[in-house]
Each structure stands twice: as structure tokens, then as C-alpha cells.
Write a protein that binds this ligand. Structure first.
Ligand code: F0G
Length: 458
């Protein structure tokens, strides 16, 4: 018999209780947190969809690995295992351990960047952009035009616009380009995948002009799932083989291992070129740690090596992507305007459409995030004008291009009934959606205001 239910391909050995709360308690908690979900305590949250980063549940093998961790300063056995695993996956000769993704970014973009340099990506993740700009360089995003339409169905909405890439290279001059970066999957673009065909096209252009090509590979296994199921030539390849082929097309990669390496902390930089690797190694030793641990303890490296193998398991990846799709498609059926098609790690709701009565300067996505919390104890993140809005010289808001709420799903943490609970919460929310009002910001810092800003309801 072929069952139609895709079950979680694991059983649970260790459980962590959820602290359940009532709606009136949550109203109090939210008021105390000034209507900013980053200011809640985790015990005040029932289902935490704030991020899929560092929130994975580790396997029994990984926990066993924790006890085997070799904490030697130099030449740790756990490091050698992590290095072997990453070399086998990426094919790169030089592996540098870091404590998380942005540490790898600071090192590589600190070295390649600087004033006068330009970096081009399908979409730079915020920390990638911040590290590039902090070096004095410019970061330009060129996703394909289809990515701007939140309801358009396209198999690889994370792709880079290769025509614009050629034009940009001609305008900028190849010698001024620090690197071309493909983010797989494209987190800021909705967790959308990048095709192998697009990767090959970008790689060919980079080779033609002698430009370095890097992969931001946090979610490389999830991306491989989409390649296997949406590009017919890859139907018979394994997920790992697909990832290996993608790495072969590039010159290096930075990974926040807090995503697809199924660990709570970790990252790395992997490079083909010896000269670049040597320069980066010096920066690594100055700021992260010695070459055989970076910012990690031996046990972290042991768990990372095991997680990076487990993530390519067929049953795991099928469960992972299908459960994200399950949530997204059920919300879509209810009439919730979700970013289509559903991506790998998260479901994104278009709050501008959901709360079409709330103007952008009253932050509809913030309102939706607050309502989901009050009604269901669900913590999500606003990706809209709170996060990316700016002010003009008269203090008027220049809104972000989109007002989204991201429901990022931690790996191996929640079961299908948790997803049903979230769907039910939306079912209720949608009935009263036009009763909701927007928010105003009453206090905010100069930078990264979404983390600490204080709000009041209008
Ligand atoms: N690149 C991408 C595509 C990411 O999504 C992230 C983190 C990073 C780099 C930075 O890695 O956090 O380990 O330093 N994304 C998290 C998120 C924070 O919630 O999407 P880090």
C-alpha cells in the first residue's frame, strides 16, 4: 500500500513542554513587550516560527556525538570529521570553521570587499549585505523579475537575472566586482529555489569574465530537493549529488550551519583558491579562533558533521518540504494571500493584501504578527516596513517594497498537529480581519529598529 500521509520520519525520545497560555494572558505579555515580538520571553510563546535558524532538534546520533566531541585546541578529532564531511560535500580544499554564518561573511567579504568593489547576488541576505557594506563595498540584488509578483507560480523564483548580470558587469567592469553570490534557497525572496540551469548560466558568465562565484549555502539541501523534483534531468540524482554539482560550479561557499546542518550553532567558509584561503585564515585566527575550531567547541563540530549528512536523507527532505507546503497550501485554500509557490523553510503571508484596509505607514505586517500571537501564541517575524522602511528628509516613511509576515519552520521540531493549530488560528483570524487596526512606532533606535522598537496600537 502507498500511504498518502507523509509522516514525520522520526519518533520523539526527549520532549520539551510548551507553556500554554490564554488569550488574555498573551494580551498582557504583548503589551509588556510593547507590541514587539522580539521582546517577548520564549516561555510566552506557544509555537515559535520566528526563525528556522539554530532552532533544529538534533538527532540521537548528534547528541551521542556531543559526548564524543574532542575539545583539543589543535588537531581535534571532531574538527577532522567536520572538515572531511564538508570537503566531501563541497569539493573545496580549504575549509574554515566559524561560529555562525555572518562570521564567515565578515571574513570573506572583509577580504574581498572595500571601497569601489561591487557584489552582485540573486538577493543578499541582510547580514551578507551588512558585511559587504560595512567593508565599504556595494551590494546589488538582481533576482529574476518574476520574483516580484507574490502570486505568480514559477518553479525557480530564486533565480538570478542573467541578462542583468551581463549588463551590470559591462557597466561596472569585471575587475571591480568582488564576487557574484547565489543564495540558495533565496531566503529574503521567500525561500524560493535556484535551478541548476540558472547556476550553470551564472557560473559560465563568471568564468567568462574571471569573476569569483560564491554560494550562500545555508539551505542547500532544501534547494536540492526542488532541483530534483522540478528539473527533469536531475530526477534520478541523489540530493547530495545535486548539491555536489552545484558546489562544483562555484569557487567557494559560506554556510550558516544553523539551518541545513541541523545544529544550534555553527558555520563555515569553504574555498577553492589557496591564496584567498590563506588571507581568510589570518582573519579567522585573529577574530574567531585557531584553524581547527574557529568559534566552535569540539562537540559543536561533531554534531555539525553528523547533521550535514542527515539533512540529505530522502525521507527527511520529503517530510521537510512537504510539511512546509502543507501549511502554505492550507492557508492558500483558506484565502490567505501567501507567497506562491511555497518555498522550503517558511511560509510568507502578504499582509498588504490580507489587511488591505491598513495603510503601509500603519504597518499591516506588524499588525498581522501581533494578531497571530494574541490569537494562537504563534510568534512570526515582520518582513516589511518595520524591518526595511526608511524615512525621507521630512520624516515621512519610505515603505519597503513588500509587507510580509514570515512563518519560518524549525527543523524536526513541530508535528502536523502543531501546523493544524496554526491553520485553525488563521481560520479564525480571517473571519474578523477587517476589525484589526494598525500600529505606530513610539520609540526606535537608529539601526535595525525591528529588534527593539516599541509600538502602540492605533
Ligand atoms: N545567509 C542567509 C541566507 C541566512 O538566512 C542567514 C541567517 C545568514 C546568511 C546568516 O547566518 O545567522 O548564522 O549568522 N538567517 C536567519 C534567519 C537569521 O532567520 O533567516 P547566521
Amino acid at each position: 500500500m502507498k500511504h498518502k500521509t507523509i509522516i514525520e520520519p522520526f519518533r520523539i525520545k526527549s520532549v520539551e513542554p510548551l507553556s500554554l497560555s490564554t488569550e488574555s494572558e498573551r494580551k498582557e505579555y504583548l503589551k509588556k513587550a510593547h507590541y514587539n515580538l522580539f521582546l517577548l520571553r520564549s516561555e510566552e510563546v506557544i509555537i515559535d516560527f520566528l526563525t528556522d535558524s539554530g532552532t533544529s532538534a538534533m538527532s540521537a546520533d548528534q547528541w551521542a556525538g556531543i559526548m564524543l566531541g574532542d575539545e583539543s585546541y589543535a588537531g581535534s578529532r571532531s574538527w577532522l570529521k567536520m572538515e572531511r564531511t564538508i570537503k566531501d560535500l563541497t569539493g573545496f580544499d580549504h575549509i574554515l570553521p566559524t561560529h555562525q554564518g555572518r562570521a564567515a561573511e565578515r571574513i570573506i567579504y572583509g577580504y574581498l570587499g572595500g571601497k569601489g568593489k561591487t557584489f552582485i547576488s540573486n538577493t543578499h541576505f541582510d547580514t551578507t549585505r551588512a558585511n559587504i557594506e560595512f567593508s565599504g563595498a556595494d551590494a546589488i540584488d538582481i533576482p529574476i523579475p518574476e520574483s516580484a509578483d507574490t502570486s505568480l507560480i514559477h518553479p525557480f523564483k530564486g533565480n538570478m537575472d542573467v541578462n542583468r548580470l551581463e549588463k551590470l558587469i559591462a557597466e561596472t567592469g569585471a575587475e571591480n566586482i568582488g564576487a557574484v553570490i547565489l543564495t540558495v534557497t533565496n531566503n529574503s525572496g521567500g525561500g524560493q529555489p535556484v535551478s541548476m540551469r540558472n547556476t550553470k548560466a551564472v557560473s559560465a558568465i563568471c568564468k567568462k569574465y574571471g569573476i569569483l562565484m560564491l554560494l550562500d549555502c545555508c539551505r542547500i539541501a532544501e534547494n536540492s530537493y526542488f532541483v530534483k523534483h522540478r528539473e527533469p534531468e536531475y530526477a534520478n540524482k541523489s540530493y547530495k549529488e545535486i548539491a555536489q554539482e552545484m558546489f562544483r560550479l562555484c569557487d567557494g561557499a559560506a554556510m550558516s550551519s544553523k539551518k541545513d546542518a541541523l545544529v544550534n550553532m555553527g558555520g563555515f567558509l569553504a574555498l577553492r583558491d589557496k591564496k584567498i584561503a590563506e588571507a581568510c585564515t589570518s582573519l579567522l585566527i585573529i577574530t574567531e579562533g585557531f584553524v581547527t575550531y574557529g568559534g566552535l567547541s569540539g562537540r559543536d563540530m561533531e554534531a555539525l558533521a553528523i547533521g550535514l549528512e542527515e539533512v540529505f536523507d530522502d525521507h527527511y527532505l520529503e517530510y521537510r518540504i512537504k510539511s512546509t507546503t502543507y501549511l502554505g497550501e492550507h492557508l492558500h485554500k483558506l484565502g490567505v494571500p501567501v507567497l506562491m509557490p511555497i518555498g522550503g523553510h517558511a511560509v510568507y503571508v502578504d499582509a498588504k493584501k490580507f489587511y488591505d484596509h491598513i495603510p503601509v505607514d500603519e504597518y499591516p505586517a506588524q499588525a498581522l504578527a501581533c494578531d497571530l500571537y494574541i490569537l494562537g501564541g504563534i510568534r512570526t517575524v515582520e518582513i516589511g516596513s518595520v524591518m526595511f522602511g526608511k524615512y525621507d528628509e521630512n520624516g515621512k516613511l519610505i515603505p519597503a517594497p513588500q509587507e510580509l509576515v514570515r512563518l519560518a519552520i524549525p527543523r524536526r521540531v513541530y508535528t502536523q498537529s502543531h501546523l493544524e493549530f496554526v491553520i485553525e488560528t488563521f481560520e479564525e483570524l480571517i473571519k474578523h480581519r477587517h476589525d484589526t487596526k494598525g500600529y505606530k512606532i513610539v520609540e526606535e533606535p537608529q539601526f535595525l529598529r525591528h529588534f527593539t522598537a516599541k509600538f502602540e496600537g492605533i
